[in-house]
Design a protein around this ligand. Structure first.
Ligand SMILES: Nc1nc2c(ncn2[C@@H]2O[C@H](COP(=O)(O)OP(=O)(O)OP(=O)(O)O)[C@@H](O)[C@H]2O)c(=O)[nH]1
Length: 724
């Protein structure tokens, strides 16, 4: 980064007066201890950054003007409004949704984003970590709709303005902003070669997704890759005849082979949609269920981009009622072909294979209509479906290629992992020379393990290294900013509490200190990164406000010595999903007192973890009433050495009352005393217990305020485990 000496560097954290950060965030009461990162402080103190930006200028203007209005409307000063926007310069300009400043706004730490001199709309959305549609909506709201197509190149003025709108501190610096982006969409799409469609099978639990995929996979292997041993790599291809006259010409369909694929959700969360067609599986004997609706919502959100085929499954079952399912789907707004709409529905049995050729044919026809095409040359763009460390091959990832041709020797970047392709393997395990768009292969040669869901892009060796350095720095910075935000939040809360105390006229009662939430700290290991992500998500949800799960680290591969040592260091446990704990490591865990949980069934693992979290909860103590007595009369009895003692004459009305057991005294419906029943007498004799109907004398140790009309209840305390 080009940077000059900073005379005011860091003053925001040092002096006690209003800082530049405050000017920017409109904060005035929150001064000296507001934490900002060094670079942020640097930025606010900056007067001479060589590649200075519009926002830096704006920050200086705010400083010079010093008016509160200027501080609050930091992103809306005239210089920020692009000349081509229709907002007139003398018009008061208020971005939507900015009127009210919430507490959350006060706490926001504005994150830096490095922008290149020019950037496409699509790439700006990526840089700002927002969906393209959101950016486009914002542009439309500011009358920039005509500039908002994915490929439109924005100049730095406009990009800076938009970054400010999303609460970033934009800094234009081509060197630091350098990254590898996917190639722009081809202008002559119709001339591109067709690629196999990518199909995802989704639906409610137990409606038969896995069975359907297994049957499809085994038939495809039998047909297409005779003799090959199919592997679960996250995707597989099914050959289908084309609609051309030559029966020998075939094409393929690529199925993502894990239902409700974890990588798929990760990709969606990042705004990328890799699937062309979704097959919605609905069991004919069960009908529409919650996850069926979730899939329909998903398709609705991606309307126009994703095709839908309904597979009414389990038609071999006597209880199957296909028309009932179809009518219900139609009632949900699914325009099925059988009701005159355009969404095909196919009746299948994943178990017997009935209807599967029709399903494949329907997908094939739909994909022909979608006309999916992609470049087979130029830059490679794809997504990681699975990744793991393989014995002998090191980190490997299944990559679904969507554009370009992946060949050995290609330099790749995916998230913050990079590498040079060494070997490419097909689902049958054989080496392949090239992977074309719409197909997947296992790729080795990674220096680090990429994550499921990450976008894979190719570039020159130098570009990949440069982009990697920048991505790593950005990731580090983002993590640091998160810490800063948490720190600020904590400090603000402490300050608010202190202020509330000083302002209140009466001295408030000191609230008892809240007990800290207990944590079951977990070092999680799994077989592939997709499953680790899924298990992590599932385990994190376990617990309540008293005790819960904290995932300390995650990783792919067998449990190792360092996992055990880490668990020991954080006083946690090791959780192994579908991986081994080698004997020597198990012995080490025993030696270190680290316990481990292991399963390859996610629900089983969740139950085991849940039981451990329950152990952290305070036990529930239940009181079981064992006897009740009415106090009828009080009298004094003489003891040795001229001492007397007050004894209550009682009648047992229920159960048994025992000497030396706990009892409570109920007066006017409220418990007024609890303690050990020290004295229990019948006539002049000490007795150990008194049963229903017996009249006896009672007294507690150290409390002699029993009164006529009181009810004495003896009880047993029973400890029970808490539940979640
Ligand atoms: N009779 C019949 N049973 C089926 C059919 N398809 C699946 N099943 C059975 O339904 C049960 C659930 O099938 P899965 O394939 O595991 O269902 P799934 O949707 O993948 O389930 P999750 O992975 O838990 O979401 C299993 O017992 C299958 O044998 C079918 O076409 N006919």
């Amino acid at each position: 980064m080009k940077r000059s000496a900073q005379p005011e560097r860091g003053n925001a954290v040092q002096d006690g007066r209003t800082t530049k950060t405050e000017e920017r965030s409109g904060r005035s009461s929150f001064s000296g201890d507001y934490a900002i990162s060094e670079d942020t402080a640097d930025f606010y103190g900056d007067t001479t950054r060589e590649q200075s930006t519009r926002s830096a200028k704006a920050a200086r203007q705010f400083k010079e003007r010093g008016s509160i209005a200027a501080r609050i409307t930091r992103s809306v000063t005239t210089p920020m409004i692009p000349s081509h926007s229709r907002v007139k310069s003398n018009q008061t300009y208020k971005p939507k949704g900015r009127e009210k400043k919430t507490r959350h706004d006060k706490l926001k730490v504005y994150r830096e984003v490095y922008l290149p001199t020019t950037i496409s709309v699509g790439n700006l959305a990526r840089l700002l970590h927002i969906r393209l549609e959101r950016l486009q909506r914002k542009m439309e709201a500011h009358d920039m709709g005509r500039l908002s197509s994915y490929d439109h190149i924005l100049d730095q003025e406009l990009a800076t303005f938009l970054a400010l709108e999303f609460d970033y501190n934009p800094i234009v610096d081509d060197e630091i902003a350098f990254d590898i982006y996917p190639p722009p969409a081809a202008t002559d799409r119709a001339n591109l070669p067709p690629r196999p469609p990518v199909v995802t099978i989704m639906g409610h639990v137990d409606h038969g997704k896995t069975t359907l995929l297994d049957t499809l996979r085994s038939t495809s292997v039998a047909k297409g890759e005779a003799g090959g041993i199919t592997q679960h790599i996250g995707a597989f291809s099914v050959p289908v005849p084309t609609s051309s006259d030559d029966p020998k010409t075939t094409k393929t369909i690529t199925f993502l082979d894990t239902p409700g694929h974890a990588a798929f959700s990760a990709m969606r969360a990042r705004g990328a949609s890799v699937t062309d067609i979704i097959v919605l599986v609905v069991a004919a004997d069960d009908g529409i269920m919650p996850q069926t609706r979730e899939v329909l919502d998903l398709v609705k959100k991606d309307a126009g981009k994703v095709g839908l085929v309904v597979a009414v499954n389990k038609i071999d079952k006597p209880s199957a009622d296909t028309s009932k399912v179809e009518t219900a789907l139609f009632a949900e707004g699914v325009q099925l072909e059988c009701f005159g709409g355009d969404i095909p529905s196919v009746h299948v049995s994943g178990l017997t294979g009935q209807g599967l050729p029709e399903l494949v044919e329907t997908i094939s026809i739909l994909s022909e209509m979608q006309d999916v095409r992609a470049e087979t040359d130029g830059q490679v763009q794809g997504y990681v479906l699975e990744s793991k460390v393989s014995k002998g091959m090191g980190p490997v990832a299944t990559v679904l290629v969507l554009r370009g041709q992946l060949t050995p020797g290609t330099h790749l970047i995916a998230g913050t992992a990079h590498g040079k392709v060494r070997v490419l393997k097909s689902p049958s395990g054989s080496s392949v020379k090239a992977v074309l768009p719409g197909t997947a292969a296992v790729v080795s040669g990674w220096k680090e393990l990429p994550k499921a869901g990450d976008e894979v892009l190719s570039g020159s060796e130098g570009d990949v290294k440069k982009a990697l350095t920048n991505r790593l720095r950005n990731a580090e910075k983002a993590a640091m900013m998160e810490d800063v935000e948490i720190l600020n939040q904590r400090r603000l809360e402490e300050r608010e509490q202190a202020e509330a105390l000083m302002n209140s006229e009466t001295i408030p009662e000191v609230e008892p200190q809240k007990e800290e939430k207990k944590e079951l700290r977990i070092v999680l290991k799994g077989d592939v990164s997709g499953s680790v992500e899924a298990v992590e998500g599932a385990l994190q949800g376990i617990g309540n406000h008293i005790a819960g799960v904290k995932i300390v680290s995650t990783g792919v591969g067998d449990v190792s010595e360092s996992d055990v040592l880490l668990a020991k260091a954080v006083d946690g446990i090791v959780v192994a999903f579908s991986v081994n704990i080698p004997r020597s490591i198990e012995a080490l865990a025993v030696e270190k007192g680290v316990s481990s949980l292991k399963s390859s069934i996610i629900y089983e693992l969740m139950d085991l973890v849940k039981a451990r979290v329950i152990d952290l909860l305070p036990k529930v103590v239940e009181k079981k009433i064992t006897g009740e007595a009415d106090v009828l009369q009080l009298f004094e009895i003489s003891l040795k050495a001229k001492k007397t003692m007050k004894v209550a004459g009682c009648r047992i009305i229920n159960g048994i009352i025992e000497k030396n057991k706990m009892a409570r005294v109920i007066r006017n419906g409220e418990s007024v005393y609890e303690g050990k029943l020290e004295t229990l007498r019948h006539l002049k004799k000490d007795i150990m217990e008194a049963g229903k109907g017996l009249e006896c004398g009672m007294a507690f140790a150290g409390w002699d305020d029993l009164r006529e009309g009181d009810l004495v209840q003896s009880y047993q305390e029973i400890e029970k485990p808490a539940s979640l």
